[in-house]
Design a protein. Structure first.
Length: 149
């Protein structure tokens, strides 16, 4: 019975986990950037470029001092893996809980009375930093593919 369950587990290689991590970060970052773009376009605020500039500056800080550490920690956990692992193991269980809390906070913020133009700064900061940080996943993925050859 246990063998049948193991055969049904969605197991993938560590290269697939690294690629999936980078892809998920890019997808979420892109979603954040599209949301902030739609808010800024709808507001037609004179300070749009200021909001974008502050968001980009924030993204560089978040990328360098926050998300790169998370990427390195995840890569340090994934790279030594041997054999196939569950497709959902690209993140730890603790990370799934943190993501759920952050998603809930995002929903609360989007439905709060805070003007969307101000939220766009936060969304640009987080979205762009996710995309920038995902580049490390993709670089490691490509280097892993070269090792296989």
């Amino acid at each position: 019975m246990s063998k049948k369950i193991d055969n049904m587990k969605p197991a993938v290689s560590k290269n697939a986990l690294i690629f999936l991590s980078g892809f998920v970060w890019i997808a979420i970052g892109t979603m954040f950037l599209f949301l902030s773009y739609s808010w800024l376009e709808a507001s037609q605020n004179k300070n749009t470029y200021l909001f974008i500039g502050v968001g980009v500056a924030a993204s560089l800080i978040i990328h360098h001092f926050g998300f790169l550490k998370v990427v390195d920690k995840n890569l340090g956990r994934i790279l030594p893996m041997k054999g196939k692992k569950c497709v959902f193991s690209f993140m730890t269980w603790k990370s799934y809980i943190i993501v759920a809390i952050m998603a809930t906070m995002g929903i609360v913020l989007r439905h709060s009375p805070i003007p969307k133009t101000y939220l766009s700064v936060l969304y640009i900061g987080i979205g762009l930093s996710l995309i920038l940080s995902s580049i490390r996943y993709l670089r490691v993925f490509l280097s892993q593919l070269r090792k296989v050859k």
